[in-house]
Design a protein around this ligand. Structure first.
Ligand code: BGC
Length: 767
């Protein structure tokens, strides 16, 4: 846990340069626009500890799997998000000495992430080994208006000398991934060019053949006026730059404007990509830095208008939630259904940048409530488009007849995770994908989604479950053996309650969905039947039989649902009795000891109660919460949020707030000592959910929004907006009252603390 960042409502502020924190800050101050992202690496040369990271969405490399012992069915590769051409580099030399903060005396260092307006600033004064002192102020943005443009303004002022400063803006395609399994490089050179102050690198990923064209143009101005200088080209391998000597007087400011364009073959024909990149660089230069920045501010103002959460009375909490919303908005914008949300987004290499069940289980609600419907819909279509691969994936494991097993980790639909207990056993992910369809339709009322896409996915998932269970003679029930539930601190268990429950639910929902399509769009139903060889009567009957007879382990005495058979045989010693030196378990204990213990990594039974809250009474939720929460170590960042929502539901506000604090500033305070690897982007959506569904008590029932908010003691107020079926509701809670306002022009009905109110245009209800 660290606490070196200043608390501020709209900005993340680092003051003073502590090299040991640099990697953490590089993650925290990352910027992106859904199409590409950039860690907060320095523009100028830095020989200290750093993790360079420029990532292009959807561009990955299938890094050959490395495991101790190969098992049949293992994926051949692990897909990696790639560190791509460095577009931010601007090297500075004074008297042949490189400006390098690892070697200079650094003063007044400030790094600021302006979340309100969407840009990164850094300033410092540095004295080189030869005693030359300069002041630097750099501003950088990844445009969310044109998501192929990045821009930098880099101003440098000599403080104690008159002389020459050598400036070399460059692009460098010779980059590596730190997490490469075999220490290979992932890029081949296609073409590089440099002419005067323009340069281009076209590189291509090995094996996957994605082409990325990166271009730059720089302009130098002195005291606010553009000036031309003779430049010297540098071209080695995939490094291209242009070096200029700029004579400068003491206290005179030189400003370098660097315009970059990053285009990938995902969106452009490879034959044309360089030409298009050149045109994009020109366009950026033509707009100019000030206009790009102005447009950026405007676009972010619109994002905040829809998605901000305002917390008064607690600056740390305010900063925490805005930080999460900021990163979610710059990781996924929903413009492209081929893109998704990696657990680290564009802020690091770990987790490969791939898609996990996190998207469906944790991220979807944020995008449903804060932006247009198509954004969440595109997340579902992503999986629809990967259905064939999910069917192939199941076939590889021996399933038949169009059964689909969605991957645990993927870039293109193929499974690329290679720990058997996760790849083959953590199959509950299929359930989350079905649940997301249900959640989306429940929220949006877009039932047509079922006829167009959803039913086909649900059918294939249902077929998987129908084959994955088997009938137990002694129990006379359907059982499921050899699974890993969401709690990865148990592997290869029999009858994980959550997995069995969601499997049965999927069978039910798939049947309902198919019958819905049959009634509503019979011609689509017939086409689907033909495409999938769906044997309506036989398959529905089998699904029904399984649903009716699924084994759901439960303790007869207390009624608690058992995480898996035999769970009660463990030594059930609450987490609070563990010595501090034993935590976190995953760093202190052997895996064997963890597996035999009762400790739960993240919500498991409780994940099910969170998803299917409607189906259980309060006493059941409370009983299970009170049993499992004390055994939970929350060593996944995805854990506390579910606990906030359930704790609030059962009226345990203190526990809800305690859990909320664990998620709210996870990365800002480096709670788990792992922020340097990248940010926990998907758990940021969990934090949003903790606020809106936990503290705000928001639910959707019977086609309307329900709210049951409470205000933590340390807050003066909380307010947020929710988009729901074309309407916008403003929720504001103070110590005195809760107020809902319909900001739309249509009528909307909302339920507050159990009572339904019909709100006309601009209508308000206060309780
Ligand atoms: C969690 C998984 C999650 C993954 C990626 C793991 O630690 O246990 O549930 O999908 O991280 O966020």
């Amino acid at each position: 846990m660290k606490n070196y960042l200043k608390h501020d409502e709209w900005c993340i502020i680092e003051e003073g340069f502590i090299p040991a924190n640099n990697r953490i800050s590089e993650s925290i101050f990352s910027i992106g626009n859904g199409r590409f992202g950039q860690r907060a690496n320095f523009e100028e040369n830095y020989t200290g500890d750093t993790l360079p990271g420029s990532y292009v969405a959807g561009v990955y490399y299938p890094d050959k799997t490395k495991v101790g012992w190969w098992k049949n069915g293992y994926p051949e590769y692990f897909a990696k998000v790639l560190n791509a051409t460095n577009w931010i580099g601007i090297d500075i030399e004074i008297d042949d000495v490189s400006l390098d903060l690892a070697k200079c005396k650094v003063k007044d260092f400030r790094r600021i992430l302006n979340m309100k307006e969407g840009y990164l600033e850094r300033s410092f004064t540095a004295t080189t080994e030869k005693g030359k002192k300069v002041k630097v102020a750099a501003t950088r943005l990844c445009s969310i208006v044109d998501d192929e443009i990045g821009a930098i303004r880099y101003a440098i002022t000599p403080i104690n000398f008159t002389g020459t400063i050598n400036i070399t803006p460059y692009l460098n395609g010779d980059v590596k991934n730190e997490d490469a399994n075999w220490e290979e490089t992932f890029w081949d050179k296609v073409e590089v060019a440099v002419k005067n102050t323009r340069a281009f690198v076209v590189s291509q990923t090995k094996k996957t053949n994605f082409k990325v064209a990166t271009g730059m143009k720089f302009v130098i101005s002195k005291n606010g006026k553009e000036e031309k200088f003779k430049s010297t080209k540098i071209k080695t391998g995939m490094y291209v730059g242009a070096s200029v000597d700029v004579p400068v007087k003491k206290k005179e400011t030189i400003t370098v404007y660097k315009y970059a364009a990053i285009l990938s073959s995902l969106n452009h024909p490879t034959s044309d990509i360089l030409e298009r990149c050149k045109a994009k660089v020109k366009q950026a230069q033509h707009l100019g830095f000030d206009k790009l920045l102005k447009d950026q501010k405007k676009a972010w103002a619109k994002k905040w208008k829809d998605s901000d959460i305002i917390i008064e009375g607690d600056v740390a909490a305010q900063q925490g939630i805005r930080f999460n919303i900021f990163h979610l908005n710059q990781t996924f914008t929903g413009v492209d259904e081929r893109l998704n949300i990696g657990p680290k987004g564009f802020t690091g290499e770990k987790y490969g940048g791939s898609t996990y069940w996190d998207t469906e289980a944790y991220c979807l609600p944020f995008y449903l409530s804060t932006t247009e419907e198509r954004v969440a819909k595109n997340l579902l279509i992503y999986r629809y488009k990967q259905l064939d691969k999910a069917i192939e994936n199941a076939e590889k494991l021996g399933f038949k007849n169009g059964a689909a097993l969605y991957p645990m980790v993927t870039m293109n639909g193929e499974e690329c995770h290679n720990e058997w207990e996760i790849t083959f056993e953590e199959i509950h992910r299929n359930g989350a994908i079905a649940y997301a369809i249900y959640d989306y339709i429940r929220y949006t009322a877009d039932q047509d989604y079922l006829s167009d896409y959803g039913a086909e996915v649900l059918l294939a998932i249902a077929r998987f479950w129908a084959q994955r269970v088997h009938f137990s003679e002694p129990k006379q029930q359907y059982v499921m053996h050899g699974v890993t539930g969401p709690n990865e601190y148990e592997n290869n268990v029999n009858n994980n309650w959550y997995t069995n429950y969601i499997a049965a639910w999927c069978l039910k929902y798939a049947a309902e969905a198919l019958l819905y399509v049959k009634n509503k769009a019979p011609y689509k139903y017939e086409a689907l039947k033909e495409k999938t060889n769906f044997e309506e009567e036989k398959e529905l009957k089998q699904w029904q039989e399984i649903q009716n007879n699924i084994y759901l382990p439960q303790d007869e005495k207390t009624g608690v649902f058992l995480q898996q058979e035999g769970f009660l045989d463990k030594a059930l010693i609450p987490v609070e009795q563990l010595a501090a030196a034993d935590r976190p378990l995953n760093q202190k204990w052997s895996w064997d000891r963890i597996l035999r213990s009762c400790y739960i990594k993240q919500a498991d039974v409780l994940q099910g109660l969170y998803f299917f809250e409607d189906k259980f009474d309060l006493a059941t939720i409370k009983k299970n919460f009170d049993f499992y929460e004390p055994l939970t170590v929350h060593e996944s960042s995805l854990s506390p949020c579910v606990h906030v929502v359930l704790a609030a539901r059962i009226g345990n506000k203190d526990k809800a707030y305690e859990m909320y604090l664990r998620t709210a500033r996870l990365d800002l305070d480096d709670y788990n000592n792992d922020t340097e690897d990248g940010l926990h982007i998907t758990s940021m959506a969990g934090t949003w959910m903790a606020v809106v569904k936990g503290i705000g008590g928001m639910r959707v029932h019977r086609n309307q929004l329900y709210f049951e908010p409470f205000l933590p003691n340390t807050w003066q107020s909380i307010s947020f907006k929710i988009q729901f079926r074309g309407n916008t509701i403003l929720v504001k809670v103070t110590a005195k009252e809760t107020r809902l306002e319909n900001l739309s022009s249509g009528k909307v009905s909302v339920n507050l603390y159990g009572k339904t109110h019909a709100l006309g245009a601009k209508g308000v209800v206060v309780v």
